[in-house]
Ligand binder design. Structure first.
Ligand code: UDP
Length: 491
């Protein structure tokens, strides 16, 4: 006979705070709202103090377990050249035996009703099958646009003429119900069809169909067109369940070690632009300086999480936004990039001093959820990582879109053209692909005080309210998650 007790769910998170946090917050909701107990499996490569401290904020019915490390050195030739997507995928694939034995053990000690892997973990659905038919689901921490791209990727790939890249296509890529996305703005690993990262995305795309269902960290009102398309079940793909926004709460995002929250306390309401490029985003040196000059020229108050420029290639190289690689920082849980001991030294000489009346710069990391929730925060300049976007929406903060890697460019297209909660700085042909200081100043002025900023603020306030209601009993996302739980309880 199987063990009794509350239903138990095992969830796997890919390395990186941007993956661990939404999985952990989903577990928190499954427990608090639906009475489930959970085990969160994480990878040895992301077992950092920052991650441990964060996971320690979970209540006791949510257990965490670090999988044994698997060898990855064959993928890390001297310069660590393997793409992050390759590392995440291979680590997951090589962990299937350990996940299988963990699920077997959980099956014998708990009432295990489901296994939920995240976006790079589709290969590990095999572990759920091997462990004796545990129903295997996916939790997709990005949006429906991105999920649609993944589910349609085998078809899009087959239709891509030999020798061409997506960015060579004359027309934008149009996915059902979604905003058209120019090929050059599609998911970064799809920009080079000969790359390992491209092959891995295609591989995952095929495996997604093995899931019994896909939970997505978005909500209907954020992507109404795509939500309508996914609402009906279709035989070629698993059912899709928008259960978001599942976001980090204030209070579990670290202490105010840098004093930025105390600084915000002294600023007027809605007066501060928060500048944050995610857990791994960093700008080349020339772009960092141009951004600094633009913030200064705008005259607006700002709180800036500054990162050191990526070490390679030459930091002064012309900006190619597609090549800003999160590198190893995906594995360190954020906040302690290799050699990032004093990022402020890359700012223009005298900048910190000249702007000290209006600006506050913090090295590497800020408690973002708290900053966004602060009454003084008026807008956010973001790399458009989906967690950051959801956190901004959940706090009613309009955005300036500054996409860097992963699916951020397509997110930016959605946010600026469909959802209309973000503004985009001009990128001039003569600026070598860089956003120039005057254009930074212009977009900052517009988002803080302009008409477009006002419209984005009104729109994000509407979305914030819809999201809030959706998470209450009777709301769309709450009831969708309740429906998934009812399927798990039945199985
Ligand atoms: N984050 C933070 N402080 C920082 C930078 C990032 O707390 O200085 C958090 C942020 O709140 C979000 C996550 O790290 O929860 C970043 O996830 P996102 O999907 O936005 O971007 P990624 O880091 O995966 O590129």
């Amino acid at each position: 006979t199987s063990p009794r007790g509350p239903p138990h769910v095992a969830l796997l998170s890919s390395p990186g705070m941007g993956h661990v946090a939404p999985v952990a917050e989903l577990a928190r909701r499954l427990h608090a709202e639906h009475g489930l107990t959970c085990t969160i499996l994480t990878f040895a490569s992301s077992d950092t103090p920052a991650q441990r401290a964060y996971l320690a904020t979970l209540p006791p019915p949510i257990t965490t377990l670090t999988l044994p490390s698997v060898p990855l050195t064959d993928l890390l030739p001297s310069a660590g050249a393997a793409a992050i997507e390759t590392l995440l995928s291979v680590e997951a694939q090589r962990s299937v035996p350990a996940i299988t034995s963990t699920l077997r053990r959980l099956k014998s000690t708990t009432r295990l009703v489901a296994y939920v892997a995240d976006l790079f973990g589709a290969d590990t659905l095999q572990a759920a099958r091997d462990a004796g038919g545990v129903p295997g689901f996916l939790f997709f921490p990005s949006n429906l646009l991105m999920l649609s791209l993944m589910l349609h990727l085998p078809r899009l790939h087959a239709a891509l003429p030999a020798g061409l890249e997506f960015r060579d296509l004359p027309d934008p890529v149009t996915l059902p119900g979604c905003v058209p996305v120019p090929g050059a703005d599609l998911l970064q690993p799809l920009q080079d069809r000969a790359s390992d990262a491209y092959r891995w995305m295609l591989h995952h795309a095929g495996k997604y169909r093995d899931a019994k269902g896909i939970l997505v960290n978005t909500f209907d009102a954020a992507e109404p067109g795509a939500a309508a398309v996914f609402r009906d079940d279709e035989p070629w793909r698993p059912p899709v369940y928008p259960v978001g926004p599942v976001t980090r709460q204030t209070g579990n995002d670290g202490d105010d070690a840098t004093g930025c929250v105390a600084w915000l306390d002294a600023q007027p309401d809605g007066s501060v632009l928060f500048v944050s490029l995610g857990s791994g985003g960093a700008l080349p040196l020339a772009q960092t300086r141009e951004l600094a000059r633009g913030l200064e020229a705008s005259g607006h108050r700002f709180l800036w999480v500054v990162r050191s420029p990526p070490p390679t290639p030459s930091a002064d190289d012309k900006v190619d936004n597609n090549s800003s690689n999160p590198g190893e920082s995906y594995y360190d849980g954020g906040g302690s990039r290799n050699g990032d001991d004093d990022p402020l030294r890359f700012l223009p000489p005298g900048f910190v001093d000249r702007t000290k009346e209006v600006g506050y710069v913090v090295p590497s990391w800020a408690p973002q959820a708290r900053v966004l929730a602060h009454r003084a925060t008026g807008a956010m300049l973001t790399h458009c990582g989906w967690n950051s976007v959801l956190e901004s929406v959940a706090r009613g903060v309009p955005m300036v879109a500054w996409p860097l890697y992963a699916e951020q460019r397509q997110n930016a297209v959605m946010l600026c053209e469909e959802t209309r909660v973000a503004l985009r700085p001009k990128v001039r042909g003569d600026g070598g692909g860089m956003v120039l200081a005057q254009d930074v100043a212009e977009v900052v002025e517009e988002v803080m005080r302009g008409e477009k900023g006002e419209r984005a603020r009104a729109r994000v306030a509407e979305l914030q309210e819809t999201a809030r209601k959706g998470l209450q009993p009777g709301g769309a996302s709450y009831e969708t998650l309740a429906h998934v739980v009812s399927i798990w309880r039945k199985d």
